[in-house]
Design a protein around this ligand. Structure first.
Ligand SMILES: [Zn+2]
Ligand SMILES: [Zn+2]
Length: 260
C-alpha cells in the first residue's frame, strides 16, 4: 500500500506508538502518503465520561500541533495528512463541526461505532439480532454521509447483525445504494482482517460488488506492526477481485489543495 489515511494515536486510549514511529515505518515500506485520523473528541454532556475510546476535547490542540509539525518536518519525503475519524451522533454533530472549524483538517472519515449518541446507545459491533439496531446503524451511516463532510465510510460492515440474512441485505443495500449514488467509497478495513473481527463481512462485500460500489483500503492502524501487513492487504485485494469492487485511491477524495 502506497497510501493510507486511517491511523490512530495514543490519545484515543487504545493505540500505541508515537506518530514519528508510524511515519518512519510507513517510509520504510515505501508509502507516499500517510494520514492520521484519530478518533475525534466529542462534545458530550458534562455528566457523561467516555473512556478509552477517543481523545478529550482539550487534547485536540496537541494532536493538531503534533501532526502539523511532523507534516512540515517530513515534507518532501512523505506526505502526512491531518484528519479525524468521526461518528455521526445527531445530538452532537453540529457542535462538533463548530469546534473543528478552528483546525486545518484535511479530511474526515465516517466510522459509525455506536448507535444514537453513544451515551444513549450501544456499540455497533456487539452481536445483535435486533432489527431496530441494524436499521438505526444504517440510518445513521446514511445521515452521516448526507452531511457531505466525509471522504469515505470506514468499516461500513462494523454492525454485527446476526439475525436473518435477507433482512441484513435489505438494510445494508441502503448504505451501498446511497454510497453508490453519491460516489462515496466504502472502506475495506485491514484491521478487521488482521484481527479476525466480524468485519469484513463477505455477505456485505458481495452486495457492494453487485451494487457497483467504489472502495478504498484502510489500515486502521492502532499499533506500529499494523502498518506493514502484506497478508491482510492480499486478502483485501482478493475480495476486490472476487466481488468486482472498484478500487480507488483515497487521495483522490482530498481537496486538490490538500493532496501534497
Ligand atoms: Zn480505534
Ligand atoms: Zn479507526
Amino acid at each position: 500500500m502506497k497510501v493510507n489515511l486511517h491511523a490512530h494515536t495514543v490519545r484515543c486510549g487504545h493505540a500505541t506508538g508515537t506518530e514519528r514511529e508510524y511515519i518512519e515505518e510507513a517510509l520504510r515500506i515505501g508509502m507516499t502518503d500517510f494520514g492520521f485520523s484519530d478518533h475525534t473528541p466529542m462534545p458530550f454532556p458534562d455528566d457523561y465520561e467516555s473512556t478509552g475510546m477517543r481523545m478529550r476535547m482539550d487534547e485536540m490542540d496537541d494532536y493538531a500541533d503534533t501532526i502539523l509539525s511532523l507534516k512540515k518536518e517530513y515534507s518532501g519525503r512523505i506526505n502526512i495528512h491531518f484528519g479525524l475519524e468521526v461518528e455521526y451522533y445527531p445530538a452532537l454533530f453540529q457542535k462538533l463541526m463548530d469546534f473543528l472549524e478552528g483546525y486545518p483538517l484535511e479530511y474526515l472519515i465516517l466510522g459509525q461505532h455506536c448507535i444514537n449518541n453513544q451515551y444513549d446507545g450501544c456499540w455497533a459491533g456487539n452481536p445483535t439480532e435486533d432489527v431496530s439496531v441494524l436499521k438505526a446503524y444504517v440510518d445513521q451511516a446514511i445521515a452521516g454521509m448526507e452531511t457531505g463532510r466525509f471522504i469515505y465510510l470506514a468499516h461500513p460492515d462494523l454492525i454485527n447483525f446476526v439475525g436473518d440474512e435477507k433482512t441484513y441485505l435489505t438494510e445494508m443495500s441502503r448504505i451501498c445504494g446511497y454510497a453508490y449514488d453519491h460516489h462515496i467509497p466504502l472502506e475495506i478495513n485491514l484491521l478487521g482482517i488482521e484481527d479476525h473481527r466480524n468485519y469484513p463481512n463477505q455477505t456485505f462485500w458481495k452486495l457492494a460488488g453487485e451494487t457497483g460500489n467504489d472502495v478504498v483500503l484502510g489500515l486502521d492502524a492502532h499499533h506500529i506492526p499494523m502498518i506493514d501487513v502484506p497478508d491482510a492487504e492480499k486478502t483485501a485485494m482478493d475480495m476486490v477481485n472476487k466481488y468486482g469492487l472498484n478500487l480507488k485511491d483515497p487521495l483522490q477524495y482530498l481537496k486538490p489543495s490538500e493532496k501534497s
